[in-house]
Design a protein around this ligand. Structure first.
Ligand code: ATP
Ligand code: MG
Length: 566
């Protein structure tokens, strides 16, 4: 289907952010700071609301996978996180110690993370589907002193590796009788450590899409960026019902699943259960979600599911992050849900949204949008021992950011040299390739590692995948470069089909012909293989390096974040 290149913003159903130019300074002013000096994320997110007009307002509406749902007010979240802070303090945990939390999306996870922050400890939520090996690696890399978990996760994953985590002093099981008694006995009185904006607050692990996951260290002051970007890119307002579908084990699920919405005093939906199309539509409708932040993989699964979306009259903004969002998906949002999907770009390292199609902008489907206020982004080229900025529009190069935004990572745990190498000539190099158009919109080309060099052309897998997805039979596509003696690399595509389509030669030729017509022979895949599903990280990203390793019969490398095929 031929579609226009721009979806115009719809001002009539848009509420203009409180301050459309909200940069870091304005966000800093909107936050309180600790009474008497200092800055602590948990205070900004919870306690200042609990001490004010929002005390009895729902902070979290928790939807249980089974059993009764719960509403947790700001006052209750404040009290429960105080208990966790007291309990951890009683275990000897002090400022700077690392507290790992492996709980699944239950209220205790949120309280434990916030409690750790109140103590000045460094919180690291871990994804509950990780097996023992990846858990051990992360706890050891962070030098974790405490692991907060549940009885079932303890029995299944933690018990057998406790002896191999030498820094770990305590494992706290929140749902055993003993654990419950400890929490109940812990003091509820607030005592927030006087942290500063530069004190460490979180360790987040990257998704492991390109290799071994890295541990990125973030500071309390990062909240300034979470707050500002949640206003500008997610348009959060006090009466919003906000649903961030990411697990807190990934940076999105913490920055925008815990702290940003709380800092804005809004109500967040937390769903304990895993993805299910019908359930998700029901949540959007019944919970009257107004702002929904999700990921391309979830959107593609909804597109693939044979479930008709219900009317969603309360929903006013959908945003997505984590992978390139194919134009097809942006349009699907508009046509199936009544709202286009606003893509935005950031990384574990950036801690918060950097580039976005904000609700105040026209959307260019396929583009990541423009840098947010306060963010300076450029397309650069490496050369000699520095970088030069490419000023001309539409030229591909590496996406770089000017260091200094508040949520910039401060270290890669245990990898000082690697951290230092990210910064060249006054820029932070992201490892992603992109281009900027004449209107200032940024377009993702591919990860530096994934870009295909074929007969002198640089081919971004995203462009090819997006074109393949326009074919009505294609649900998902992953594209790699396959070594070729003549042209360097040829483009090979792995394609999974929508329900109701059958893998056969006729369809393969049809998809090939479609791609050639759309992309030209030089860029279109030479080979297409049908695959029932594509390998992806647990955060939902297509692992092209694994498609490639498997194709070439090479070692698979680190697969700790690989989602087992369903
Ligand atoms: P690793 O660094 O371990 O290989 P990762 O880069 O996938 O894993 P994250 O920090 O979770 O770990 O993901 C950030 C990356 O995800 C970005 O660098 C980019 O490649 C991709 N990404 C995120 N959002 C977008 C987007 N809107 N469009 C295109 N790519 C995106
Ligand atoms: Mg990365």
């Amino acid at each position: 289907m031929l579609r226009p290149p721009v979806i115009a913003k719809t001002p009539h159903d848009l509420r203009v952010p409180p301050n459309p130019a909200l940069g870091w300074e304005a966000a800093r002013r909107a936050l309180s700071g600790l009474p008497g000096g200092g800055f602590n994320i948990a205070y900004e997110a919870v306690d200042r609301h609990a001490a004010g007009a929002r005390a009895a307002y729902p902070a979290i509406r928790w939807l249980a996978a089974a059993g009764a749902d719960r509403v947790i007010t700001y006052a209750e979240l404040s009290a429960l996180s105080n208990r966790f802070a007291s309990l951890l303090r009683g275990l000897g945990i002090a400022k700077g110690d690392v507290v790992f939390v492996l709980c699944g999306r239950i209220p205790e996870l949120y309280a434990a993370v916030l409690g750790a922050l109140k103590l000045g400890a460094v919180a690291s939520p871990l994804f509950s589907a990780f097996g023992p090996e990846p858990l051990k690696t992360r706890v050891n890399l962070g030098g974790g002193k405490v692991l907060v978990t549940t009885e079932s996760l303890y029995q299944r994953k933690v018990k057998k590796i406790t002896a191999e985590m030498p820094t770990l002093r305590h494992v706290l099981r929140v749902d055993t009788d003993a654990g419950r008694a400890q929490i109940a006995a812990a003091a509820e009185t607030p005592r927030i450590e006087r942290t500063t904006a530069e004190d460490p607050a979180f360790v987040h692990f990257t998704s492991g899409t390109t290799g071994m996951p890295k541990g990125a260290l973030h500071v309390h002051g990062a909240l300034v960026a979470h707050y500002a970007t949640a206003a500008v890119a997610l348009d959060l307002h006090p009466d919003d019902v906000f649903w961030c579908t990411a697990d807190p084990g990934w940076v999105t699920g913490t920055s925008y699943g815990i702290v940003a919405p709380l800092a804005h005093g809004v109500t967040s939906i937390v769903d304990e259960a895993e993805f299910d199309a019908e359930r998700w539509y029901r949540i959007l409708r019944e919970q009257q979600v107004t702002v929904w932040y999700t990921a391309p993989t979830a959107i593609r699964m909804l597109m693939k599911a044979a479930v008709t979306p219900p009317p969603l009259p309360k929903l006013r903004l959908i945003a997505s992050v984590g992978e390139p969002l194919n134009p097809e998906a942006v349009w699907w949002g508009k046509e199936a849900l009544g709202l286009p999907i606003h893509d935005n770009w950031w990384q574990t390292e950036t801690g918060g949204i950097m580039i976005a199609n904000t609700p105040a902008m026209d959307i260019k489907p396929g583009s990541m949008g423009k840098p947010l206020p306060g963010v300076e982004a450029a397309i650069v080229e490496k050369g000699g021992d520095g970088v030069s900025v490419i000023e001309a529009p539409n030229v591909e190069g590496e996406l770089a950011l000017r260091p200094g935004w508040p949520s910039m990572f401060r270290a890669y745990l245990g990898q000082e040299e690697r951290y230092r190498k990210c910064f060249v000539g006054g820029w932070y190099l992201t490892g992603d390739l992109a281009r900027r158009d004449a209107d200032g919109y940024f377009w993702f080309v591919g990860r530096a590692d994934d870009v295909i060099k074929s007969a002198g052309h640089l081919i971004g897998p995203f462009e090819v995948e997006s074109a393949l997805m326009e074919h009505p039979a294609v649900a998902e596509a992953g594209v790699i470069g396959k070594p070729d003696p003549v042209v360097g690399e040829v483009v090979k595509a792995f394609v999974s089909l929508k329900k109701g389509f059958e893998e056969n030669e006729a369809l393969r030729s049809e998809i090939l012909a479609h791609a050639r017509k759309r992309l030209g022979a030089a860029v279109a895949p030479k080979e297409i293989a049908f695959a029932p599903g594509l390998p992806r990280t647990r955060s939902g990203k297509i692992m092209r390096r694994l498609l490639k390793a498997r194709e070439l019969g090479l070692p698979e490398g680190d697969t700790s974040t690989l989602e087992e095929a369903a």
